[in-house]
Design a protein around this ligand. Structure first.
Ligand code: C5P
Length: 303
């Protein structure tokens, strides 16, 4: 039986500046994404025409819908429609490591993985640029997860521009008990924040280009951190704990509640991980590095 296996990373936002919502309620933003080595794997096989079967295993799998509302199924339907593939069907299995509702874009990552896997399985023949257009229709984070590396995201985060990034970034990720709803965090932002300029600090771009990891750590920022903290006050303590253990930087990832700690040295990252793992406020700790590539085929068998 034909089978395509795709690996896709999660992301951390090194900076996230958010503006006031537009008429659709969507927020213009300027962000710096980095893809990190916490990965989901999607395996796609053929199914009867028109059938899209989906199931999940691993981290948080039982919380995820497997019907037509899932972004993975929507990615499959969008590819079918765009390419006129009337006889296409797929059975997809996703093994999750990216935390669910964690601010690391796990759902968007799986949709990016589905586009890459099904383009190969169905031999749809779309290039990366065409896949990126479909990705942007699915969600603001999907184009970056297709792309990977380190990149600036503008408009709603869906317009991606790769940027120079030197050095190895050691991330310690503190996964929380429970998740946070992205729309709820944006609503809290609207109710409480006075949006500043929607731009990325040039100092951060310089530190990334120079591989000054400790400098990057000092410049991590996120406009959604304050609203995430009001919805989950224990995040303040978690951030303090990692900083106290010697992390070069600490920030809530995206809309949270995952907290991301950056270290220039692996030994330091190890220490941060040990300290966080001992806290009852943290459900689990994951160590990762970045930048890593976006969604890519790791195995293909055309049967
Ligand atoms: O893009 P995605 O579907 O993942 O976004 C989830 C939700 O987050 C949106 O429905 C919207 O409420 C909010 N969002 C936003 N502005 C953005 C990105 C997401 O308001 N730039």
């Amino acid at each position: 039986m034909a089978e395509v296996r795709v690996q896709v990373p999660g992301k951390v936002n090194l900076a996230l500046a958010v503006g006031p919502p537009d008429e659709r309620g969507y927020h213009p933003l300027a962000t710096v994404f980095q893809a990190v080595s916490v990965t989901d794997e999607l395996v796609a096989q053929p199914a009867p025409p028109g059938q899209m079967w989906l199931n999940f295993s691993g981290e948080g799998a039982s919380f995820l819908p497997t019907d037509e509302t899932n972004l993975v199924t929507r990615a499959a339907r969008l590819l079918v429609k765009t390419c006129g593939l009337r006889d296409a069907g797929a059975e997809m299995h996703v093994t999750k490591q990216i935390p669910v509702a964690g601010g690391m874009a796990g759902g968007s990552a799986d949709a990016a993985a589905a586009l890459v896997a099904l383009n190969e399985l169905w031999q749809a023949g779309l290039g990366r640029a065409e896949l990126a257009e479909l990705a942007a229709q699915l969600g603001a984070d999907v184009p970056f997860l297709l792309h990977g590396g380190t990149a600036i995201g503008t408009r709603y985060g869906d317009v991606i521009e790769p940027i120079p990034c030197a050095g190895q970034y050691h991330w310690t990720l503190a996964i929380s008990h429970g998740g946070l709803s992205t729309p709820a965090v944006f609503r809290r932002f609207d109710a409480t924040a006075t949006p500043g300029p929607v731009q990325v600090a040039p100092e951060l771009l310089t530190a990334l280009a120079e591989g000054d990891v400790a400098g990057v750590g000092a410049l991590l920022s996120n406009d959604l951190e304050a609203p995430a903290k009001t919805l989950k006050p224990e995040l303040k303590q978690v951030l303090r704990l990692g900083r106290g253990a010697g992390a070069d930087g600490a920030v809530v990832s995206g809309s949270g509640p995952t907290c991301a700690f950056l270290s220039a040295e692996p030994a330091q990252a190890e220490l941060v991980a040990e300290r966080l793992a001992a806290s009852p406020l943290v459900r689990s700790v994951v160590q990762a590095h970045g930048p890593v590539p976006g969604a890519q085929v790791v195995e293909v068998n055309h049967g």
